[in-house]
Design a binder for this molecule. Sequence first.
Ligand SMILES: [Zn+2]
Length: 319
Amino acid sequence: MARTLDPPDFELSIELNPDAPAELQGIGTSYWELDGLDPETGDPVWTHRTRDLDFKVWSGTAHYAAAAAVTATVLEYFCTSCGGELTLTSRQALTHVRQGKNIDCRSCSAAVEDQAAKVLSPKASKERARRLSEQESVRLAEEEKRKLELGRREAIVERYPVENSSSEHLIDQASILAKVGALAVLHAVGDSGGLIYPIDFNDDSIGPDQSISSELFMAAWNANLLQIHPTSPSGAFVWEEDVKLGGGVYIHKARFFLPERALSNSASRSSPPLFVPGSTWPVCGRRNALNWPSWLGVSSRRKPAVTSFICSANTGCRI
Ligand SMILES: [Zn+2]
């Protein structure tokens, strides 16, 4: 809720410096824009906070930039040193003089006049032009980067759509190795909101060694039991040109999903899940016989050669 302020009991006169650029004059005028007085403290309440003013391209200090742009005079008060009209060096000077403190005018405050002169010097002007040019270069580079990322996101979505494919069909067509691979990856990596990442072959979480881990993953991927999700970062892909995808994927950076999980709202909801909740394969901490879920289509008497698996995690393996 907006505070109710007291009206000022003094008059503030603002005189523009004709040598200051219009942009700087605007900053100076905004600096001295007053809303009223705090009814409790009697201190001035300013319309703009200094940090909201774009003064830094002109000076590191707001009141130096304002002093270069305008001269603010508080008409009912006088300079302690020269007795002349009180031209203000800063907002704080106004607060202080209203509190009864001795305050000098700008002419008697050499430092402020020197700094104001520096703001308008040819050297400062040159430096400002250089900084503005630098800022513009950074802005353009960021804009280019944003456009590139936007284009790449479109290319990724186009190549890797989340399609309404039948997971049941995929599972039927997949080899045992592919199914085991999908389970091993899901078990090792887990999922975050249906997304499976990051996939790392360098530890023994997917398979007993890097080679088997890679083989399990590749089998599942090639069978489309694991698919690349279009929210994968653009850095997960090799780019042939700016927004043209190449053929390579950085597996550890990409995000994957199991088809039916991404299609929870589609007709495929009725498809059997790729992994049966409560399945006990693999079992943590020790080498264990695989407890093949029935949907794999493998009877206990027809278990394939791979019948054991070491899980690197000691807890939390129940899926
Ligand atoms: Zn003075």
